[in-house]
Design a protein around this ligand. Structure first.
Ligand code: CA
Length: 220
């Protein structure tokens, strides 16, 4: 026994997947369809999906921001936990991916809860701020181009109410963030953001080693 986070062997991970979450059929179908696509690795894992859905339920979030929608798996999970009057503003630039998302949102009966904004997310977030939406969101999930993560984080923090929660995906970046010789732009961006959030007095934080690492930042 150790006080550090457990190492996931394949055997343990297979066991974990059998008891860690309950993935509804519609989520499984979307995940399996996405797995046939070239950019499949951009999809979050089912354990992350269920964790996000649980965060929505636990925080009672009604208004959610998603930066990076891809084929809609994370938004489908979050929307499934939203109350009747809940809404997700989903940001993405890719029509092909989000057409898959729209199909599944509709099939799940959740399409009306998700407002897709097909534009560079910085533009969408700036427009929301200009429209007076600062302080109005309960939760944000950031999972898009890593070099813009800092821009997304700063804008999400403004859009969030006090007590709102930001979740940022890929903060362990396959381990590359811990390799000082790795100076890829995405790695540098993630390393800088991890350090910044760790020291950011505007939030309390926790980097959860779930999936590829989910940074949680709770706005003070
Ligand atoms: Ca991701």
């Amino acid at each position: 026994m150790s006080t550090r986070t457990i190492q996931m062997t394949d055997t343990l991970y297979n066991y974990y997947r059998n008891v860690a979450y309950r993935e509804p059929d519609i989520m499984r179908m979307l995940r399996e369809e996405t797995e046939t696509m070239p950019m499949a690795r951009m999809q979050i894992s089912p354990e992350q999906g269920q964790f996000l859905a649980m965060l929505v339920a636990l925080t009672g979030a009604k208004k959610i921001l998603e930066v990076g929608t891809f084929t809609g798996y994370s938004s489908l999970w979050m929307a499934s936990s939203l109350p009747e009057d809940g809404k997700i503003t989903a940001c993405d630039v890719n029509e092909e991916w989000t057409n898959v998302a729209r199909r599944y949102w509709k099939e799940a009966g959740l399409a009306e809860k998700i407002d897709l904004q097909l534009a560079p997310a910085v533009e969408t977030l700036d427009a929301l701020l200009e429209d007076g939406c600062a302080g109005s969101y309960d939760m944000a999930f950031i999972d898009a181009d890593k070099t813009n993560y800092d821009a997304y984080y700063e804008r999400a923090l403004l859009l969030l109410r006090k007590g709102g929660l930001i979740a940022v995906d890929n903060c362990l970046w396959g381990g590359d963030v811990a390799d000082p010789d790795n100076e890829e732009p995405s790695t540098l961006a993630l390393r800088a953001l991890n350090k910044k959030i760790h020291q950011d007095e505007r939030v309390t934080q926790h980097l959860l080693p779930l999936g590829d690492g989910v940074m949680l930042a709770h706005k003070r």
